[in-house]
Design a protein around this ligand. Sequence first.
Ligand code: SAM
Ligand code: SF4
Length: 434
Amino acid sequence: MNKSDSERIAGALNVLGFNKTTNADKADLVIFNLCSIRQSAIDRAISKIKNFAESKIQISNIKSSPKPKILLTGCILNKNKRKLEKVCDGIFKIDDLLELPTILKKIGLKTTKNPNSKIRHYLDIKPDYEIGPSAYIPIMTGCNNFCSYCVVPYTRGREISRPAKDILCEIKTLVKKGVKEIWLLGQNVNSYESKVQNVREIDFAELLKMVNNIKGNFWIRFTSSHPKDLTNEMIESFVKCQKATPYLNLPIQSGNDEILKAMNRPYSVEKYKKLIKKTRQTFKKYRKGQEKILSLSTDVIVGFPGETKKQFQDTKKTLKEIGFAAGYISPYSPRPQSTAFKLKDNISPSEKRKRKKELVKIIENSALRFNKQFVGKNVEVLVFDKKNDFFLGKTRHHQVIKFLSDKDLVDKFINLKVTKATAYGLQGELTKVC
Ligand code: SAM
Ligand code: SF4
């Protein structure tokens, strides 16, 4: 989401007459787009900003040139705002991106062009996309779920869905330009609803069908889904939309019902397992060949306040039973303003590290099993980069695959024969360029 917002910040600056530079020291303006999801993320950002602010004082002393101005935006907690105000020229909410001309004027920066005055919401700003075969399309912003550990509803505010026609128009333009992977973004895409005169018009199941009907050769992915809002209708739509890749990120967060309740995640482990069973069965019923296999990833938090050894064992058991293709395991980080912040953070950092390690091991085992079933098979791949001698691509099942070639294949769809599998990806040989 931050990556996508940064593209809109760059777009807003372009309209005002600014150009991008890859050298921050030469810039008139540097904007940091922050994330506060865990303390470690914001600590890293604060240290980068402080270092940059100090170096800019040194640069301006040497060159006697005006200092580059520093603005901050993104997810910032009130507590950090006060600290950060001292090292920057201003802080603005991403929702206030349309106010950028006024913000720039306040800090003494001139704009050479005027913004489009018809735009009403920052998501309507034309992004300056990063180059590559993939594009991130926010379909909504904010969150209404208030999971007890999470800061997003406080930093990003309530959920707002973008009108479907704007989303479709943005995607059509991108596909015409040659983009081959469309990521639909939202904190909970399953609760997407486009309204006309306050009447619900299009939900996520419907939106997926509309995106799938756009002409062109491209893949659809989406993130994140919330188990409480993943309906049978959505599962059917997802599976029947052939451009949607067989990859689902469905965060479980814990494999224990008491912890899920304390996290304010309103589903049980049993309900989560039923959803997975239903999704896997639907893929088997409606798709062909490898597309019958669902690639499932998840997010888990370890060491939530009061998580007992027994409750943690339940999470281990659940992860083993489900068999994820990938998993993002985070040690619990207390977030000011969230409701769990009032609870005692009573699991020690070393115990959290230990629990994380145990879950990573389980995920590595199931990921290796998942990846091994593709060895010897032909897979469709979208190539996104070249590093050292190897090209890097992504399969439809969202595995990273590396291979050698003497032709430049970046941004292309190709076919590879899988020769090797590890827990973290595949290796392959070129069979066909599409
Ligand atoms: N909206 C998505 C959902 O409901 O699953 C997740 C979005 S959140 C920005 C990404 C992940 O960060 C979450 O799935 C969770 O595992 C992790 N996370 C959020 N708050 C956290 C916290 N306080 N400590 C540790 N991990 C956290
Ligand atoms: Fe945070 Fe929960 Fe909203 Fe996801 S659904 S952004 S974890 S509050």
